[in-house]
Design a binder for this molecule. Sequence first.
Ligand code: ATP
Ligand code: MG
Length: 318
Amino acid sequence: MTEIAPALLKVRGLMKSFGGRLVVDDVSLDVGAGEAVALVGESGSGKSTIARLLARLVEPDAGEVSLEGRNVLEVEPRGPSLNYRSKLQMVFQDPFASLNPLHPVRHHLERPLLRHQRVPKAGLEARALELLTMVGLSPAAEFLDAYPTELSGGQRQRVAIARALAVEPRLLMADEPTSMLDASVRMGVLGVLQSLVKERRLGLLLITHDLATARLLCDRVIVLFGGRIVEDGPAEQILTAPSHPYTRQLLGAIPRGEPRPVPTSTARLPVPAGGEGCHFRSRCSEATTTCRASMPQLTSHADGRRVRCFNRETAHAV
Ligand SMILES: Nc1ncnc2c1ncn2[C@@H]1O[C@H](COP(=O)(O)OP(=O)(O)OP(=O)(O)O)[C@@H](O)[C@H]1O
Ligand SMILES: [Mg+2]
C-alpha cells in the first residue's frame, strides 16, 4: 500500500474468531480523511464484524487499529475512550431500530452533545438545528420536536446520521445504511454522506451489498471473501476490470452497464474452503494444484490494487 499522507484509520493484521472459527483473518486496510471506502462481499463474509471490531463493540483477538496515528488497542487496552468513540461513529442499517420511538429528534441530538460536552447547555438547540440542516432536513425547526414514528425511513436515517455527526467524528462507518430505504430516498441519504466526505473531509467506510452505490460514492473498494480481503483498489478499476475471480463472479453476470448487487443469500453456494489452500478454491473455476496446496498472499500490484490470487497478474476487463 502506498502511503502518501498518514491514513486517518490504519488497520493491520486484524483477527477475530468466534467459537474457534476464524471470521476475520489478517485484515489490513487504510481510510484517509476525505476518502470513501466501500467494503463489499457476500453475506457472512465478515463486513459487519470488521465494523464492530473497529468500533470496539467487540474486541479483536489480534491486530493494530490506529486512528489519527494512535494505536488505540495499545493505548486503550481496557476499552475505547470517550474520545475514540467520538472520533469514530457508526450508522446502522435500520433507522427504525436505532432511534428510540419514545423520544423526539431533539433528544437524540442533544444527548450526545451533552455527554461529549460539545456545546454549553444554552447552545444545544442551535447546534441541533445546525446538524439537522447539515443532513438536509429543513426547515430544521419542524423536525426538532418530531417523534421518530412521524418521520419517513429516509428522514430517520438522516436523523441517525445527524446524531453520529453531533460528536464531530473524523470517521463514519455506515453498515448498509440505505438497504432498508426505498430507492427514491436512497439517493438523498447517499448524497448526504457524499457531501460530508467531500466538504468536511470525513473518512467513510461504507458497507454495502450494492456495487452501483460503491461505484457512485466510493474512491476505493475492498472485496471480502470468507473473512479475508481478496481485492482492494480504486473503485472504478475494480468495478470495471476486476482482477480476483471472486470479484469477477460478483460482477460477471452483469451483461453490460451497471454493477448488480452482491447476493445477499449464499445458502446454495459452497462455503469458503478450509485447510491449507486458497479459501476461494471450492468456487473457483481456475483453481490449480498450487491453489489447493497453499493460501495466496494479498499482493500489491503496480496499478495500485492488492489482489490475493496466484493466477492474477493482470486485470481482466468485463
Ligand atoms: N457474536 C458472534 N458470535 C458468533 N458468530 C458470529 C458473531 N458475529 C458474527 N458471527 C459470524 O461471523 C460471520 C461473519 O458475520 P458478519 O455479520 O460480519 O457478516 P456480514 O458480511 O456482515 O454479513 P451480512 O451481509 O449478512 O450482514 C458469520 O458467519 C457470522 O455468523
Ligand atoms: Mg452485516
